[in-house]
Design a protein around this ligand. Structure first.
Ligand code: URA
Length: 190
């Protein structure tokens, strides 16, 4: 499992299939347990991630770690990746052609991890994974099926930093995630 992921990472490291490859400092491939039944998918690297080459290491990442802790998880119990592996300039949303160019890497990561549960962090991941017309304000916290996997989206940690009024709903969503992981993948909590 981990070998396949390392090989994929090495292949991806040379990718120049979209413009983002030209401006990245480091590629941000993924982190965590590649054999976990739970996968988290974010949007794309920010400034700190671009510098360090690791997903979710900036302020949003600290909040994500706190959110995982709230439901008795940490990075070693899940696998974390992004829709795009290189930082969009000034943290703008990735363009359709950038998401399309990067999709093959995320799809291969999903094949290797083969998660039973996918948690989309924010709208960009939810529209890529669950449904292109996904509405995060209306549909966060609901379970969907995508290729036989249980998928749920929550607000992106950056959105929760900007707007603290979204936090109580997210806490409810996190509890829902914990109970579904306990039901479908109890080994995550062993
Ligand atoms: N935001 C994301 O969506 N992904 C990261 O890796 C960091 C911030």
């Amino acid at each position: 499992m981990d070998n396949a992921m390392h090989e994929l990472n090495a292949l991806c490291a040379g990718c120049l299939d979209c413009e983002l490859g030209k401006t990245r400092t480091k590629l941000v491939f993924g982190v965590g347990n590649a054999s976990s039944p739970v996968m988290l998918i974010g949007e794309g690297p920010g400034e700190q991630e671009d510098l360090q080459g690791i997903p979710f290491v900036g302020r949003a990442g600290q909040l994500l770690d706190d959110m995982l802790k709230m439901i008795d998880l940490d990075r070693s119990r899940v696998y974390i990746a992004n829709v795009v592996k290189c930082r969009p300039p000034k943290n703008r949303d990735p363009l359709p052609e950038e998401k399309a160019a990067c999709e093959k890497w995320l799809r291969r990561q999903m094949e290797i991890v083969d998660p039973r549960i996918i948690i989309c962090l924010g709208r960009i991941a939810a529209t890529s994974i669950i449904d292109e017309s996904f509405r995060i304000t209306r549909q966060h916290g609901q379970w969907f099926d995508a290729d036989g996997r249980r998928c749920l989206a929550i607000y992106h940690p950056s959105a929760l930093l900007r707007d603290v009024t979204k936090r109580p709903e997210t806490f409810t969503d996190l509890r829902e995630i914990r109970s579904e992981i306990r039901r479908l993948c109890p080994e995550v909590y062993e």
